[in-house]
Write a protein that binds this ligand. Structure first.
Ligand code: SF4
Length: 307
């Protein structure tokens, strides 16, 4: 168990879908990441590459492929991540061209039209595109739900959340991950609250394969009302459990969640705190992680806006 004194604990201001999963996977993992703000050092290339592709996609949506490649190149070159076999400006150019030719050039009808995001009370600290927006919504417990959406689209008067995903494995196993997924359900829930007049039916997952042989697929994931109700109930129960852990300063280690083997293949990565948890005096390992307690959003001055 990770035991923390009250003075070293930071009370969280919100819960994101990532933190919701993290806490339910392992209380100790959540405490190290969100309460102490200890993050892995170093650059994680797939994450930086994904961020750069996210910055490029809104340009493709506006039929500006050269703007897309420039946006990608600017972000990727500043990230400090090295080029490798799969990730470079050339491979991004192929990925973006493959998506663009399949959707915008060949005469096919795009499955949705991008629309302006709603006004919310928070803005992303690092804005990646004009389509994305962040939100804080009240789901009925002490911590509001925070999220950052890639965009919003409409199709036949229905509203859709748009999510870009980059992956090395664009196959059924990857696409199945978005059905009964807290990010998908949570973001549809949030947009339904932010835009009560809109009919928000689900999420278009725009999946792009990171490969020398690029391929992309857009799948609609519908979200039903019972999923939203279950999500809200689970969210609020999780907040209650987080507050109980905070009160006691006790965060249980869940050894079922450390590696892919005893999770029967899930998650795809070994927990970054494995070495820390293997050490009897876990505090002696804290300096192996950088401290990062920054909030991913900025509160806007106007309190008139919702969310
Ligand atoms: S290594 Fe295991 S017990 Fe430790 S934080 Fe990660 S998941 Fe939890």
């Amino acid at each position: 168990m990770i035991k923390l004194s009250q003075s070293e604990q930071r009370t969280p201001e919100y819960l994101s879908q990532g933190s919701l999963c993290r806490f339910n996977r392992c209380e100790a993992n959540y405490a190290l990441y969100a309460i102490l703000g200890r993050k892995s050092k170093g650059i994680f290339s797939p994450l930086e590459y994904g961020k750069a592709i996210h910055c490029a996609m809104p340009f493709l949506q506006r039929r500006d492929p050269s703007g897309a490649l420039k946006a990608f190149t600017d972000v990727w070159s500043k990230s400090g991540a090295p080029d490798d076999d799969k990730r470079s400006v050339n491979s991004a150019a192929s990925m973006l061209a493959e998506w663009y030719s399949g959707r915008m050039v060949s005469g096919s009808t795009p499955p949705y039209t991008i629309i302006e995001p709603p006004q919310t009370a928070v803005a992303p600290t690092e804005r990646r595109s004009e389509d994305e927006f962040s939100f804080l919504v009240d789901l009925g417990s002490e911590l509001p739900f925070y999220g950052l959406l890639d965009g919003l689209g409409v199709k036949s008067e229905s509203h859709w959340v748009i999510e870009y995903k980059t992956t090395s494995e664009l196959a059924t196993r990857f696409l199945n991950a978005f059905h009964l997924n807290v990010q998908i359900i949570g973001y549809v829930t949030a947009v339904s609250i932010l835009m009560p007049q809109a009919k928000v039916v689900g999420t278009f997952v725009e999946a792009l394969r990171v490969s020398k042989n690029p391929y992309s697929q857009c799948i609609p994931v519908f979200v039903e009302e019972h999923e939203i109700n279950s999500f809200i109930s689970h969210y609020n129960k999780t907040v209650k459990r987080i507050l109980e852990c905070l009160e006691k300063g006790e965060w249980e280690q869940n050894f079922c969640s450390c590696t892919t083997y005893n999770q029967y293949g899930q998650p795809g990565y070994t927990c970054p705190y494995l070495d820390l948890c293997k050490t009897a005096d876990w505090r002696s390992m804290l300096d192996s992680y950088k401290v990062d307690t920054k909030t991913p959003f900025t509160e806007l001055k106007s309190k008139e806006t919702k969310g």
